[in-house]
Design a protein around this ligand. Structure first.
Ligand code: SAM
Length: 407
Protein backbone atom coordinates (compact mmCIF):
# COMPACT_ATOMS: atom_id res chain seq x y z
CA UNK A 1 0.00 0.00 0.00
CA UNK A 2 1.46 3.40 -1.01
CA UNK A 3 1.80 6.23 1.48
CA UNK A 4 -1.05 8.26 -0.05
CA UNK A 5 -3.33 5.27 -0.21
CA UNK A 6 -2.56 4.50 3.44
CA UNK A 7 -3.24 8.16 4.34
CA UNK A 8 -6.68 7.70 2.80
CA UNK A 9 -7.49 4.39 4.39
CA UNK A 10 -6.08 5.15 7.79
CA UNK A 11 -6.97 8.60 9.06
CA UNK A 12 -5.02 8.05 12.28
CA UNK A 13 -1.86 7.12 10.36
CA UNK A 14 -2.16 10.41 8.48
CA UNK A 15 -3.01 12.44 11.60
CA UNK A 16 -0.10 10.92 13.53
CA UNK A 17 2.32 12.20 10.89
CA UNK A 18 0.64 15.59 10.78
CA UNK A 19 0.68 16.00 14.57
CA UNK A 20 4.20 14.65 15.06
CA UNK A 21 3.40 11.34 16.76
CA UNK A 22 5.76 8.43 16.16
CA UNK A 23 2.86 6.00 15.75
CA UNK A 24 -0.92 6.09 15.36
CA UNK A 25 -1.12 4.31 18.75
CA UNK A 26 -0.77 7.74 20.39
CA UNK A 27 -4.47 8.31 19.66
CA UNK A 28 -5.42 5.14 21.51
CA UNK A 29 -3.81 6.40 24.69
CA UNK A 30 -5.26 9.89 24.22
CA UNK A 31 -8.75 8.47 23.73
CA UNK A 32 -8.36 6.22 26.77
CA UNK A 33 -7.29 9.28 28.77
CA UNK A 34 -10.29 11.20 27.48
CA UNK A 35 -12.55 8.55 28.97
CA UNK A 36 -10.70 7.60 32.14
CA UNK A 37 -8.72 10.76 32.98
CA UNK A 38 -5.63 8.59 33.29
CA UNK A 39 -3.09 11.32 33.94
CA UNK A 40 -4.71 13.07 36.90
CA UNK A 41 -2.54 12.90 40.02
CA UNK A 42 0.12 11.11 38.00
CA UNK A 43 3.81 11.94 38.07
CA UNK A 44 5.57 8.57 37.95
CA UNK A 45 4.81 6.30 35.02
CA UNK A 46 6.18 3.12 33.49
CA UNK A 47 5.54 2.55 29.78
CA UNK A 48 6.06 -1.10 28.83
CA UNK A 49 6.60 -2.28 25.23
CA UNK A 50 7.04 1.35 24.33
CA UNK A 51 8.83 1.46 20.94
CA UNK A 52 8.73 3.40 18.68
CA UNK A 53 7.52 5.64 21.49
CA UNK A 54 4.24 7.38 20.72
CA UNK A 55 2.78 6.56 24.16
CA UNK A 56 5.96 7.86 25.77
CA UNK A 57 5.59 10.98 23.61
CA UNK A 58 2.08 11.47 25.01
CA UNK A 59 3.43 11.07 28.55
CA UNK A 60 6.28 13.45 27.92
CA UNK A 61 4.06 16.09 26.32
CA UNK A 62 1.29 15.87 28.93
CA UNK A 63 3.29 15.39 32.12
CA UNK A 64 6.48 17.31 31.37
CA UNK A 65 5.47 19.96 28.85
CA UNK A 66 2.00 20.34 30.39
CA UNK A 67 0.24 20.10 27.02
CA UNK A 68 -3.46 19.41 27.14
CA UNK A 69 -5.40 17.00 25.00
CA UNK A 70 -8.88 15.54 25.00
CA UNK A 71 -10.84 16.01 28.19
CA UNK A 72 -8.42 18.45 29.87
CA UNK A 73 -8.22 20.62 26.77
CA UNK A 74 -12.02 20.64 26.48
CA UNK A 75 -12.48 21.49 30.17
CA UNK A 76 -10.00 24.34 29.84
CA UNK A 77 -11.83 25.75 26.83
CA UNK A 78 -15.11 25.51 28.72
CA UNK A 79 -13.64 27.26 31.77
CA UNK A 80 -12.24 30.05 29.58
CA UNK A 81 -15.64 30.48 27.94
CA UNK A 82 -17.36 30.67 31.32
CA UNK A 83 -14.81 33.23 32.47
CA UNK A 84 -15.43 35.35 29.36
CA UNK A 85 -19.17 35.18 29.97
CA UNK A 86 -18.59 36.25 33.55
CA UNK A 87 -16.61 39.28 32.35
CA UNK A 88 -19.33 40.25 29.91
CA UNK A 89 -22.32 39.72 32.20
CA UNK A 90 -21.71 42.68 34.59
CA UNK A 91 -21.72 45.10 31.68
CA UNK A 92 -25.11 43.93 30.40
CA UNK A 93 -26.85 43.61 33.77
CA UNK A 94 -27.15 46.17 36.52
CA UNK A 95 -27.08 43.57 39.28
CA UNK A 96 -23.98 42.08 40.89
CA UNK A 97 -22.07 39.63 38.74
CA UNK A 98 -23.11 36.06 39.39
CA UNK A 99 -21.11 34.25 42.00
CA UNK A 100 -19.82 30.78 41.38
CA UNK A 101 -22.31 28.31 42.81
CA UNK A 102 -19.75 25.61 43.40
CA UNK A 103 -16.20 26.01 44.43
CA UNK A 104 -14.05 26.63 41.40
CA UNK A 105 -16.82 26.21 38.87
CA UNK A 106 -15.63 29.22 36.92
CA UNK A 107 -11.97 28.66 37.55
CA UNK A 108 -9.86 26.97 34.91
CA UNK A 109 -9.18 23.40 35.83
CA UNK A 110 -5.95 23.19 37.76
CA UNK A 111 -3.84 20.34 36.48
CA UNK A 112 -3.74 17.81 39.30
CA UNK A 113 -0.09 17.18 38.68
CA UNK A 114 3.15 18.12 40.31
CA UNK A 115 5.77 20.21 38.63
CA UNK A 116 7.63 18.65 35.71
CA UNK A 117 10.64 18.26 38.02
CA UNK A 118 8.78 15.55 39.93
CA UNK A 119 7.89 13.61 36.81
CA UNK A 120 9.53 10.27 36.20
CA UNK A 121 8.83 8.29 33.04
CA UNK A 122 10.56 4.98 32.36
CA UNK A 123 9.97 3.21 29.04
CA UNK A 124 10.99 -0.34 28.18
CA UNK A 125 11.08 -2.22 24.89
CA UNK A 126 12.96 -5.04 23.20
CA UNK A 127 13.65 -2.65 20.34
CA UNK A 128 15.87 0.38 20.64
CA UNK A 129 13.94 3.63 20.98
CA UNK A 130 15.04 7.11 19.99
CA UNK A 131 15.38 9.39 23.01
CA UNK A 132 12.51 11.59 24.20
CA UNK A 133 12.69 14.58 26.54
CA UNK A 134 12.47 13.48 30.17
CA UNK A 135 12.01 9.79 29.39
CA UNK A 136 14.41 7.09 30.61
CA UNK A 137 14.46 4.32 28.00
CA UNK A 138 15.55 0.77 28.70
CA UNK A 139 16.10 -1.92 26.11
CA UNK A 140 14.91 -5.09 27.79
CA UNK A 141 12.51 -8.02 27.63
CA UNK A 142 9.58 -7.50 29.99
CA UNK A 143 9.14 -11.27 30.36
CA UNK A 144 12.69 -11.71 31.68
CA UNK A 145 13.20 -11.65 35.47
CA UNK A 146 16.40 -9.57 35.07
CA UNK A 147 14.26 -6.68 33.80
CA UNK A 148 12.67 -6.11 37.21
CA UNK A 149 15.83 -4.90 38.99
CA UNK A 150 16.68 -2.83 35.90
CA UNK A 151 13.31 -1.10 36.17
CA UNK A 152 13.64 -0.61 39.93
CA UNK A 153 17.06 0.96 39.44
CA UNK A 154 15.69 3.29 36.75
CA UNK A 155 12.87 4.34 39.06
CA UNK A 156 15.05 4.76 42.09
CA UNK A 157 18.75 5.39 41.47
CA UNK A 158 19.45 4.44 45.13
CA UNK A 159 18.05 0.98 44.55
CA UNK A 160 20.79 -1.54 45.20
CA UNK A 161 19.80 -5.12 44.40
CA UNK A 162 22.86 -6.41 46.28
CA UNK A 163 22.07 -4.52 49.46
CA UNK A 164 18.35 -5.19 49.48
CA UNK A 165 16.32 -8.31 49.34
CA UNK A 166 15.59 -9.13 45.73
CA UNK A 167 12.00 -9.50 46.82
CA UNK A 168 11.70 -5.90 47.82
CA UNK A 169 9.44 -3.83 45.60
CA UNK A 170 10.28 -0.29 44.47
CA UNK A 171 10.70 2.18 47.28
CA UNK A 172 9.30 5.01 45.19
CA UNK A 173 6.27 3.42 43.65
CA UNK A 174 4.60 4.61 40.49
CA UNK A 175 1.11 5.98 39.81
CA UNK A 176 0.48 4.45 36.42
CA UNK A 177 1.77 1.46 34.44
CA UNK A 178 0.81 1.25 30.77
CA UNK A 179 1.58 -1.56 28.37
CA UNK A 180 0.91 -1.71 24.65
CA UNK A 181 2.73 -5.01 24.25
CA UNK A 182 2.12 -6.99 21.13
CA UNK A 183 4.06 -9.85 19.60
CA UNK A 184 4.86 -9.99 15.89
CA UNK A 185 1.46 -11.19 14.78
CA UNK A 186 1.58 -14.56 12.96
CA UNK A 187 -2.05 -14.64 11.83
CA UNK A 188 -2.56 -17.85 13.82
CA UNK A 189 -5.14 -16.42 16.19
CA UNK A 190 -4.73 -18.81 19.09
CA UNK A 191 -0.95 -18.49 19.02
CA UNK A 192 -1.08 -14.68 18.78
CA UNK A 193 -3.55 -14.49 21.65
CA UNK A 194 -1.41 -16.84 23.76
CA UNK A 195 1.81 -14.89 23.20
CA UNK A 196 0.04 -11.60 23.81
CA UNK A 197 -1.39 -12.93 27.07
CA UNK A 198 2.15 -13.78 28.18
CA UNK A 199 3.13 -10.16 27.61
CA UNK A 200 0.09 -9.04 29.56
CA UNK A 201 0.96 -11.38 32.40
CA UNK A 202 4.55 -10.06 32.48
CA UNK A 203 3.27 -6.47 32.42
CA UNK A 204 0.91 -7.20 35.31
CA UNK A 205 3.73 -8.80 37.31
CA UNK A 206 5.87 -5.71 36.84
CA UNK A 207 2.95 -3.44 37.68
CA UNK A 208 2.25 -5.26 40.94
CA UNK A 209 5.88 -4.74 41.95
CA UNK A 210 5.94 -1.01 41.34
CA UNK A 211 2.39 0.37 41.62
CA UNK A 212 1.42 2.32 44.67
CA UNK A 213 -1.99 1.87 46.30
CA UNK A 214 -4.50 3.84 44.28
CA UNK A 215 -2.42 3.38 41.12
CA UNK A 216 -3.70 2.51 37.66
CA UNK A 217 -2.81 -0.16 35.14
CA UNK A 218 -3.66 -0.03 31.45
CA UNK A 219 -2.73 -2.81 29.05
CA UNK A 220 -3.48 -4.06 25.60
CA UNK A 221 -5.32 -7.37 25.37
CA UNK A 222 -6.38 -9.57 22.50
CA UNK A 223 -9.88 -10.63 23.43
CA UNK A 224 -9.84 -14.40 23.23
CA UNK A 225 -11.54 -17.31 24.92
CA UNK A 226 -11.64 -17.08 28.74
CA UNK A 227 -10.55 -13.45 28.79
CA UNK A 228 -13.49 -12.83 31.12
CA UNK A 229 -11.76 -14.83 33.83
CA UNK A 230 -8.73 -12.58 33.53
CA UNK A 231 -10.96 -9.58 34.26
CA UNK A 232 -12.15 -11.32 37.41
CA UNK A 233 -8.59 -11.99 38.47
CA UNK A 234 -7.69 -8.35 37.97
CA UNK A 235 -10.61 -7.44 40.25
CA UNK A 236 -8.65 -9.00 43.10
CA UNK A 237 -6.07 -6.25 42.78
CA UNK A 238 -8.03 -3.28 41.45
CA UNK A 239 -11.25 -1.69 42.56
CA UNK A 240 -12.47 -1.15 39.01
CA UNK A 241 -11.70 -3.08 35.87
CA UNK A 242 -12.96 -1.98 32.46
CA UNK A 243 -12.37 -3.19 28.97
CA UNK A 244 -12.10 -0.30 26.57
CA UNK A 245 -11.99 0.04 22.82
CA UNK A 246 -10.78 3.42 21.55
CA UNK A 247 -12.13 4.59 18.20
CA UNK A 248 -8.60 4.63 16.82
CA UNK A 249 -8.37 0.86 17.37
CA UNK A 250 -9.87 -0.92 14.37
CA UNK A 251 -13.22 -2.51 15.09
CA UNK A 252 -12.11 -5.44 12.99
CA UNK A 253 -9.21 -6.15 15.37
CA UNK A 254 -9.45 -8.32 18.50
CA UNK A 255 -7.39 -5.66 20.27
CA UNK A 256 -8.83 -3.86 23.30
CA UNK A 257 -7.41 -2.36 26.49
CA UNK A 258 -7.98 -3.26 30.10
CA UNK A 259 -8.16 -0.22 32.31
CA UNK A 260 -7.70 -1.02 35.99
CA UNK A 261 -8.34 1.75 38.47
CA UNK A 262 -7.40 2.03 42.13
CA UNK A 263 -4.80 -0.57 42.94
CA UNK A 264 -5.75 -2.02 46.30
CA UNK A 265 -3.68 -5.10 46.99
CA UNK A 266 -5.52 -7.56 49.22
CA UNK A 267 -4.45 -7.62 52.86
CA UNK A 268 -1.38 -9.79 53.20
CA UNK A 269 -0.36 -9.36 49.59
CA UNK A 270 3.25 -8.50 49.23
CA UNK A 271 4.71 -7.87 45.80
CA UNK A 272 7.53 -10.27 45.20
CA UNK A 273 9.89 -10.20 42.30
CA UNK A 274 10.06 -13.97 42.23
CA UNK A 275 6.39 -14.76 42.60
CA UNK A 276 4.71 -11.40 42.07
CA UNK A 277 1.19 -12.52 41.35
CA UNK A 278 1.27 -15.16 44.03
CA UNK A 279 -0.07 -17.60 41.43
CA UNK A 280 -0.20 -21.09 42.83
CA UNK A 281 0.12 -20.19 46.47
CA UNK A 282 -1.05 -16.78 47.58
CA UNK A 283 -3.85 -16.17 45.12
CA UNK A 284 -6.54 -18.44 46.64
CA UNK A 285 -6.10 -16.76 50.02
CA UNK A 286 -6.23 -13.34 48.41
CA UNK A 287 -9.35 -14.30 46.54
CA UNK A 288 -10.85 -15.53 49.80
CA UNK A 289 -10.10 -12.14 51.29
CA UNK A 290 -12.13 -10.68 48.49
CA UNK A 291 -14.91 -13.19 49.17
CA UNK A 292 -17.43 -10.53 49.94
CA UNK A 293 -16.94 -9.09 46.47
CA UNK A 294 -16.11 -12.14 44.41
CA UNK A 295 -17.45 -15.32 46.01
CA UNK A 296 -17.36 -17.39 42.86
CA UNK A 297 -13.75 -16.74 42.08
CA UNK A 298 -12.64 -17.44 45.64
CA UNK A 299 -14.60 -20.69 45.63
CA UNK A 300 -13.10 -21.75 42.38
CA UNK A 301 -9.57 -21.00 43.44
CA UNK A 302 -9.94 -22.68 46.81
CA UNK A 303 -11.16 -25.84 45.05
CA UNK A 304 -8.30 -25.72 42.58
CA UNK A 305 -5.23 -24.67 44.54
CA UNK A 306 -2.17 -24.15 42.43
CA UNK A 307 -4.02 -22.89 39.39
CA UNK A 308 -4.24 -19.46 37.89
CA UNK A 309 -7.74 -18.07 37.87
CA UNK A 310 -8.05 -18.32 34.12
CA UNK A 311 -7.60 -22.10 34.30
CA UNK A 312 -10.43 -22.56 36.74
CA UNK A 313 -13.82 -23.92 35.74
CA UNK A 314 -15.74 -24.15 39.01
CA UNK A 315 -18.61 -26.50 39.49
CA UNK A 316 -21.22 -23.96 40.44
CA UNK A 317 -22.07 -20.44 39.50
CA UNK A 318 -23.35 -17.65 41.64
CA UNK A 319 -24.45 -14.17 41.02
CA UNK A 320 -23.62 -11.73 43.73
CA UNK A 321 -25.57 -8.49 43.45
CA UNK A 322 -23.36 -6.97 46.17
CA UNK A 323 -22.25 -3.37 45.88
CA UNK A 324 -18.75 -4.07 44.70
CA UNK A 325 -19.73 -6.35 41.87
CA UNK A 326 -22.21 -4.18 40.10
CA UNK A 327 -20.03 -4.20 37.03
CA UNK A 328 -19.08 -7.85 37.25
CA UNK A 329 -21.57 -10.53 36.45
CA UNK A 330 -21.31 -14.30 36.39
CA UNK A 331 -23.43 -16.54 34.22
CA UNK A 332 -23.65 -20.17 33.17
CA UNK A 333 -22.45 -21.48 29.89
CA UNK A 334 -23.41 -25.11 29.58
CA UNK A 335 -22.34 -25.99 26.04
CA UNK A 336 -18.72 -26.93 26.46
CA UNK A 337 -16.69 -28.09 23.49
CA UNK A 338 -16.47 -31.59 24.93
CA UNK A 339 -20.24 -31.68 25.20
CA UNK A 340 -20.19 -31.96 28.99
CA UNK A 341 -22.77 -30.09 31.02
CA UNK A 342 -20.27 -28.08 33.00
CA UNK A 343 -20.74 -24.55 34.24
CA UNK A 344 -17.92 -22.23 33.23
CA UNK A 345 -17.59 -18.95 34.96
CA UNK A 346 -17.55 -15.93 32.72
CA UNK A 347 -16.99 -12.50 34.11
CA UNK A 348 -18.19 -9.54 32.20
CA UNK A 349 -16.27 -6.37 32.76
CA UNK A 350 -18.00 -3.21 31.56
CA UNK A 351 -17.12 -2.55 27.95
CA UNK A 352 -16.50 1.09 27.13
CA UNK A 353 -16.14 2.40 23.61
CA UNK A 354 -14.08 5.56 23.92
CA UNK A 355 -13.05 8.44 21.77
CA UNK A 356 -15.25 11.30 20.70
CA UNK A 357 -17.96 10.15 18.29
CA UNK A 358 -16.95 12.95 15.98
CA UNK A 359 -13.42 11.56 15.76
CA UNK A 360 -12.29 9.49 12.79
CA UNK A 361 -13.50 5.95 12.33
CA UNK A 362 -10.40 3.79 12.00
CA UNK A 363 -12.16 1.32 9.70
CA UNK A 364 -13.30 3.96 7.20
CA UNK A 365 -11.54 5.53 4.22
CA UNK A 366 -11.60 9.30 3.91
CA UNK A 367 -11.30 11.61 0.94
CA UNK A 368 -7.99 13.46 1.11
CA UNK A 369 -8.07 17.24 0.71
CA UNK A 370 -7.01 18.65 -2.67
CA UNK A 371 -3.28 19.10 -2.90
CA UNK A 372 -2.66 16.63 -0.05
CA UNK A 373 1.02 15.87 0.38
CA UNK A 374 1.82 12.61 2.07
CA UNK A 375 4.31 13.07 4.87
CA UNK A 376 7.04 10.64 5.91
CA UNK A 377 6.57 8.84 9.23
CA UNK A 378 7.89 10.87 12.17
CA UNK A 379 10.10 8.07 13.40
CA UNK A 380 10.99 5.22 11.06
CA UNK A 381 11.55 1.94 12.96
CA UNK A 382 15.10 1.90 14.37
CA UNK A 383 15.90 -1.80 14.05
CA UNK A 384 12.85 -3.65 12.76
CA UNK A 385 13.16 -7.43 12.40
CA UNK A 386 12.22 -7.21 8.68
CA UNK A 387 15.33 -5.09 8.02
CA UNK A 388 17.54 -8.01 9.01
CA UNK A 389 15.44 -10.35 6.85
CA UNK A 390 15.96 -8.07 3.84
CA UNK A 391 19.71 -7.96 4.50
CA UNK A 392 19.85 -11.76 4.70
CA UNK A 393 17.93 -12.14 1.45
CA UNK A 394 20.16 -9.63 -0.27
CA UNK A 395 23.23 -11.48 1.00
CA UNK A 396 22.09 -14.70 -0.70
CA UNK A 397 21.19 -12.80 -3.87
CA UNK A 398 17.41 -13.27 -3.52
CA UNK A 399 14.85 -10.73 -4.61
CA UNK A 400 12.99 -9.15 -1.79
CA UNK A 401 10.22 -7.36 -3.64
CA UNK A 402 7.46 -6.02 -1.41
CA UNK A 403 7.79 -6.43 2.33
CA UNK A 404 4.55 -6.29 4.24
CA UNK A 405 4.95 -4.38 7.47
CA UNK A 406 2.09 -4.04 9.89
CA UNK A 407 1.37 -0.38 10.68
N1 SAM B 1 3.04 1.84 22.44
C1 SAM B 1 3.99 1.88 21.36
C2 SAM B 1 3.94 3.24 20.76
O1 SAM B 1 3.04 3.98 21.08
O2 SAM B 1 4.83 3.59 19.98
C3 SAM B 1 3.74 0.82 20.34
C4 SAM B 1 4.02 -0.56 20.87
S1 SAM B 1 4.06 -1.77 19.63
C5 SAM B 1 2.37 -2.01 19.27
C6 SAM B 1 4.43 -3.23 20.52
C7 SAM B 1 5.82 -3.26 21.07
O3 SAM B 1 5.93 -4.38 21.96
C8 SAM B 1 6.92 -3.47 20.02
O4 SAM B 1 7.75 -2.34 19.98
C9 SAM B 1 7.70 -4.71 20.53
O5 SAM B 1 9.09 -4.58 20.38
C10 SAM B 1 7.30 -4.71 22.00
N2 SAM B 1 7.51 -6.00 22.65
C11 SAM B 1 7.04 -7.20 22.24
N3 SAM B 1 7.47 -8.15 23.10
C12 SAM B 1 8.20 -7.54 24.06
C13 SAM B 1 8.90 -8.00 25.23
N4 SAM B 1 8.92 -9.29 25.55
N5 SAM B 1 9.55 -7.09 26.00
C14 SAM B 1 9.54 -5.78 25.65
N6 SAM B 1 8.90 -5.29 24.58
C15 SAM B 1 8.24 -6.15 23.78
Amino acid sequence: MGKTSKDKRDAYYRLAKEQGWRARSAFKLLQLDEEFDLFSHVTRVVDLCAAPGSWSQVLSRVLIKGEKFGRTAWQDREARFRQQMLNVLPSITSSDPPKPTEEGIYAPRQPERSTPGDVKIVSIDLQPMSPLPGVVTLRADITHPATVPLLLKALDPDYDPAARSSKQPASQPVDLVISDGAPDVTGLHDLDIYVQSQLLFAALNLALCVLKPGGKFVAKIFRGRNVDVLYAQLKIFFEKVFVAKPRSSRASSVEAFIVCINFRPPPGFRASLEDPLGVGSGLPEMAEERTRQLPVLADALMQNPGTAAWDVAPSKSLYDPGKDVVEVEAYDETNNLDGSEKDDIKWIAPFIACGDLSSFDSDASYQLPDGHVSLDPVQPPTAPPYKRAIELRKAVGGSYGKTAVKG
